[in-house]
Each structure stands twice: as structure tokens, then as C-alpha cells.
Design a protein. Structure first.
Length: 263
């Protein structure tokens, strides 16, 4: 698995060249292939051209690209999406991107971009992720992208329906870092754990989390750096911020990383 790339094409190429890949090995990307880094177009093309050898999730920056491309959002300061939007293969890349999943479960691992709502089992996570993926892959995907942004609902209720349900699922899988012990999600804090607002804890430390006995893989939270716990692997090691781009071989937890330079 490879942590958030965010348009850092040269480090990704160097990292791939260091990996002793066998003919049957797959590359799992935790999402956020694009944005903020200098070469998002090249990253998208590379991962797409890897075909079935690469599996990637939709991260919050990938979803932001889709919204900008459809005219439902504007680029933020620091965004680096213009090259994709102006590319001759823009349509092919965007259509490929929006059909990617929001969660993957295989070989005893559950991979998400950001987090898993504390009451969700792995099977439930996949089922709910598939609800969103089915909509984004379908003919009416623009209807949801138009209303995708928003911090509510910030808690899960199985009775949620329509776009509120889809937004709650996306908020957990692509944006969550902290929540209350009761599972109320927070979307504002992005920094160190020591600076977390009082009463909030990392989603993966919620007592009796339903996935605590599964191995969950995630990215999204670069301030944490590499996280290696018995049933938890986090691999957003802040390449975008000049730290490293990291891969973890899941079968034995061997770590590979390359240094990154801030652009």
C-alpha cells in the first residue's frame, strides 16, 4: 500500500523503482492521488496506466477535483488541478477516477482513505462505500456532486436516506480524523494529536470500535506520520510537505520510503 501521493509524481516514480514487485503484486493507493503537489496529471495517468495492478480509493482531494470539473466548486488557494482540467484526456481520466471505490477489503485488510465510523463493521463499511460508488459511477453522479459538500450529517444513523446518507458515508470515509467517544465526527482539526480539541479522540481509538479486530489501512492524516499498530496502518507521511512518500508491504509490514522535497 502507498500513502497519499497528492500530485507528487517524481517521488512516486522513485518509490515504485525501489519496490521489489513480483508479477502478482498489487499496488494499493490510499486515495488523494491529486492536488496540492505539482504533477497531478502525471500521477493520474501513471496510476490509470498501471491497470489492474493498481487499486486506488477516492480521497477528499479526488472528490474535490470531480466537483471542480463539473462546476460545483472552485479551486482553493494552493490547488493544482488546472493541468488536469485542461488536458486532452481530461474526460477519460475523470470518468476513470469517479468509478474508483471508497473502501477495499481483501486478504484480511480493510483500506479506507480517512476513517471508519466506530459502529461500522468491515462488511458494513464495504456495503455503505458501495452505495456511494454505485451512485458516482452511474448516470446521475452530477446530482450528488452538486450537494456533496457539507459537515452534516456528522454522525451515523442507519435511517439516513438520500443525499444526506451518501454525504455521511463520504464524510466518514474521506474526511474524518477525530470524533467524540459517541461518534460525532469533527472535520476542522488537521494537526497533531496533542493539539486536538478537548473531548475529541482519533476515530481509531474509540472504545469498542467495531473494526478494532480487523487490520484497517488509511491515509489522509499526514500530521500522524507512519502509524504501525497491530491492527492499524497509516501511511500518509507528508510527501506534499517535504517529508517522505511511504509504501508498506502488507504481508510482512516491510516499509519503503523516499524523501520528498517541498515544491
Amino acid at each position: 500500500m502507498i500513502g497519499d501521493v497528492q500530485g507528487c509524481y517524481e517521488p512516486l516514480k522513485r518509490l515504485l523503482n525501489t519496490l521489489p514487485l513480483g508479477s502478482d503484486d498489487q499496488l494499493w493507493f490510499t486515495g488523494d492521488l491529486v492536488n496540492r503537489g505539482p504533477h497531478s496529471l502525471e500521477v493520474l495517468r501513471l496510476v490509470r496506466e498501471l491497470g489492474p495492478r493498481a487499486r486506488t480509493l477516492l480521497g477528499n482531494h479526488d472528490l474535490h477535483l470531480l466537483c471542480v470539473a463539473e462546476g460545483f466548486a472552485t479551486q482553493h488557494k494552493g490547488d493544482t488541478l488546472a493541468e488536469i482540467l485542461d488536458a486532452p484526456d481530461r474526460l477519460e481520466l475523470l470518468n476513470w477516477l469517479r468509478t474508483q471505490p471508497l473502501a477495499i477489503q481483501e486478504e484480511g485488510f480493510l483500506m479506507v482513505h480517512a476513517g471508519v465510523f466506530p459502529t461500522w463493521t468491515s462488511a458494513q463499511t464495504i456495503r455503505l462505500a458501495n452505495e456511494v460508488q454505485t451512485f458516482l459511477s452511474g448516470p446521475h453522479y452530477r446530482d450528488f456532486l452538486a450537494v456533496m459538500y457539507g459537515n452534516k450529517p456528522d454522525a451515523w444513523d442507519e435511517s439516513l436516506s438520500g443525499f444526506n446518507r451518501l454525504r455521511a458515508i463520504i464524510n466518514a470515509l474521506t474526511r474524518m480524523r477525530l470524533c467524540s467517544p459517541e461518534g460525532i465526527m469533527n472535520f476542522s482539526h488537521k494537526g497533531e494529536l496533542a493539539d486536538a480539541p478537548k473531548g475529541l479522540i482519533p476515530w481509531f481509538t474509540v472504545p469498542h470500535r467495531a473494526t478494532e479486530h480487523d487490520t484497517v489501512i488509511f491515509g489522509h492524516w499526514s500530521a500522524l506520520g507512519l502509524v504501525m499498530k497491530p491492527n492499524l496502518i497509516g501511511a500518509d507521511t507528508g510527501c506534499l510537505w517535504g517529508r517522505t512518500l511511504t509504501a508498506v508491504r502488507l504481508e510482512n509490514r516491510e516499509v519503503f520510503s523516499v524523501p520528498c522535497s517541498p515544491d
